[in-house]
Every structure is written in C-alpha cells, then in structure tokens.
Design a protein around this ligand. Sequence first.
Ligand code: IPM
Ligand code: MN
Length: 372
Amino acid sequence: MALKIALLPGDGIGPEVLAQTVKCLEAVEERFNQHFLFKEAPVGAIAIDKKGVPLPNNTLKLCKEADAVLFGAIGDPKYDNDPEAKVRPEQGLLQLRKELELFANIRPVKAYPTLLDRSPLKKEVIQGTDFVIYRELTGGIYFGEKKLNEEGTKASDLCEYTEEEISRIAHLAFKAAKGRNKKLTLVDKANVLESSRLWRKVVTKIGESYPEVTLDYLFVDNAAMQIILNPKQFDVILTENMFGDIISDEGSVIGGSIGLLASASIGEENALFEPIHGSYPQAKGKDIANPIASILSAAMLLEHFGLNEEALAVKKAVDKSLKKGIVTPDLKKDSPYGTNHVGDFIAHSIVDFEDDTLMNDENIDLGKSTII
Ligand code: IPM
Ligand code: MN
C-alpha cells in the first residue's frame, strides 16, 4: 500500500518525537514492503514566525491531499502568557480539525504492566485498566461564538451542539464498544447544561440500535473522580469536546506518563494522528522527550488503514522497549536513554523482530532485563 502522509512537526518537542515516528514507519516499509510518501509542512508557532499564520494555506492543502496527517505538537510559552495575542499557535490545530472535519478524537488509556509503579495511583487500582475515550472534536465550547465586550471586562464562549454532531460520533463509539467489552459511558453535565441534556437524549435513542452495548451515564465531575478511583469500570467513554480534553489528560496518569498516550482524529474524508501531550517547551532540543505517544499514534494510523499486522509490530516493538527499560527519563529516573536512542531501538525492533525469542519475559521487568 502506498500512503501519502503529511508531516506536521509543529512546535517544542514535536519535531524530535515525530522524527522517531518517521524512523519507525520507515522500518515498517522495510519489513512489510509498504510505501509511505512523507511531505512536511509548518504549523503552530513556527508557522506564525515564518508565514504570519498558524495554519498556512499550503499546509492545509497538503493535509487535504494526503491520506493521513501525522502531527507533532503545538504551542509556545510566549503566547500562553499574553492574553492580548491576536494569533495563537493552537488556532492552527483547531482550524485544521475543523477544516478536515475531524469530528471524532479517539484516545486509548491503558495501564502497562511494566509501568504500574510509575503511576502515582495505587497499583491495585490501575492494574488491568483499558479504556478508550471518544471525544467530540469539532463542536461545543471550543468552536461556539466568542465574545468580549469593548471594555474587555466581560467575555463568553458559547457551547452549542446539534443532533447530527452528537449522533455521528455516538455511532462510532457504540461500534467501538460492540467490538470491545460492550459498555459505553456517556460523560456529561446533564444536571446543569442544556447541551448535555441533548447529548443524553440523542445517545439514549441511538443506544436502542446497539442492544448488546450497556449504556450508562456519568456527570463529568463524578467521572473525573471515578477515573482515578476505579478506572477499570470503563470500556468506552463518549463525551463532548472540552470534557474529553480534561479527562484524557487525567487518564494519562494511569499509564504513568502523558508521554505514552496516542490519539487518532477521524472524519469522513480525513484522519490525523497525534500524541495527546503538548509541545513541552522545557524539554525542546534536550533529547529527553518520550517519543512513544507519537510512535503509538502511527500505530493507530496503520490500524486506520487496515494495516493491522504492521500496527501490531509497532506496538510490540514499543512493548519491548518498555520491558527492557529502553525508555526516556519520564519513565525511568536517571535513564541514560534519550529520545533518539529510544526511537532507534523501537525502529530497529520493528525490523529485527526475531530478537523477541531471546527475551525471557519472566525475568524482564522495567530496567531489569537479563540481556541489556
Ligand atoms: C489537545 C490539546 C488541544 C485541545 C489544544 C492544544 C488546543 O490540549 O489536543 O488535547 O485543547 O484540544
Ligand atoms: Mn488537551
């Protein structure tokens, strides 16, 4: 299969983690005889510096023409502390989501057996956690009308949803639940918000056509608590844009590092894959950023195109790096391995997969490998 992939490295650690992902996809090309055509374009703060806008026309055009987009990260501190800034890097990503109609953001959350000790949560609480968040991505408060009065003393952001916007992602979430543990939890704030009451109504109705899936409901404040109190209860979580943004960062604590969480943003025509972590400017250029979330996003890309064997090879190579402790310092304090080394190791493991048989899993715990 020949796939056109637009590379949007963006800001901060984006370029360095994306470079590792490209290595891994090149390894997939080599092992599985696939072909990927990469083309790169600027987005975010770097695009503002170069072209004056966070999403230049040529970048958008490249993304529309590509089969998929691989996104690095976006954001720069010089904009975060300037409420007066007229253009912001984040607008580039939001505009891209809207233009490509990427309405469903899929964020898997998993507790890796070798990393249970990395989470501040108790091992027995997180062990076995495996759920996926379906976050609506092109509606709600992110995209509703924004107002600021002339004196700059009053502001508002409108949260709007249509039945159609809710139902298209709800169907995807129900289908996902059907193929998993058959449970769907709608997270909303229906005790207060009209838009949430519409979500309940629409999702409940759609649920009737998925009788094998158990549907339950949680208010977002309670969901925020349940995710750390008893994360194993979840299978598929369906929620609107901003609640999904917040609870997915919260969910990343379960995996032990936000540097592990991948995501896919899907529309009818387009698909974009990105780590959920931000641009982490403090780590930029230091060779310490964890490339795994970005690499796992590429695995989601492969799955999206039905390249399941290839995706599995990438995930297995990531597992191997975790098992052998070839990880960045966020996962193992004092780890001597940097972004590049971890990327090389994972890419190498994709090609050189026979190595697997040399590993004695019983003796391999994080950093206690018998071979390395
Ligand atoms: C995310 C990010 C974005 C969001 C920002 C960068 C606009 O936090 O993808 O979760 O809020 O959606
Ligand atoms: Mn976020």
